[in-house]
Design a protein around this ligand. Sequence first.
Ligand code: SF4
Length: 163
Amino acid sequence: MPGTYSIMDYKRSKNFQSEQLLIYYLTLLNSEEWKNKLTNSDVYLKFQVVSKKKDHKNDNFIKIQKGQIIYKEHKSKAKYVSFDIKEFYTWLEKVFQNINRSNFTPIAVKEREIRRFLEEMHDKYNNAKTGEKYYDCSSCQFRSLCELMLYKKDFNINIKKYL
Ligand code: SF4
C-alpha cells in the first residue's frame, strides 16, 4: 500500500536551495533501502525553519507523486502545477556538464547560464518563483579579491540579479 513520506531539512534561516532537497530525494531513490518505498509513495520535500522570527516562516513544500514534481502555481494560493521529475535530471546534467567542461567563468564577466531549477521551470510551467537566494558577488567571500580586477574591461561585480 502506498504511503507518504516527508524529507525535511532543518534550517536556522530562510535561505533555501530547493535543488538540495531534490538531491536528497535522488540520493535516497538510489539506495536499496529506500528505492521501493519512495517510488510507490507520495513524497513531500520541505525546509523546516527553526527560527522564531516571523519573516523566516516557510510554508513551501515540493511534492513528488508518480514521477511528477508538484509545486504551487505562480501567484495562486490554492492551485498547483506539475511536471516530470526528469526536468530536474536534465537541469542537473547541465550543471555536471559545465563542471566537466571546467566552465568556471566568473559571473562578473559573464551572466550565469544556469538559473535556479524552479526559476527555470517557471518559464515553462508557470510554477511559483521561490525567491531563493543566488550566491552572487554581493555575498561572495572573494569579493574583495575580485574588486582588484575591476580595472579590467567587462569585469563587473555589480551583476544583474534574477530575483
Ligand atoms: S566576487 Fe565572487 S561571485 Fe563575483 S566574480 Fe568574484 S569570485 Fe565570482
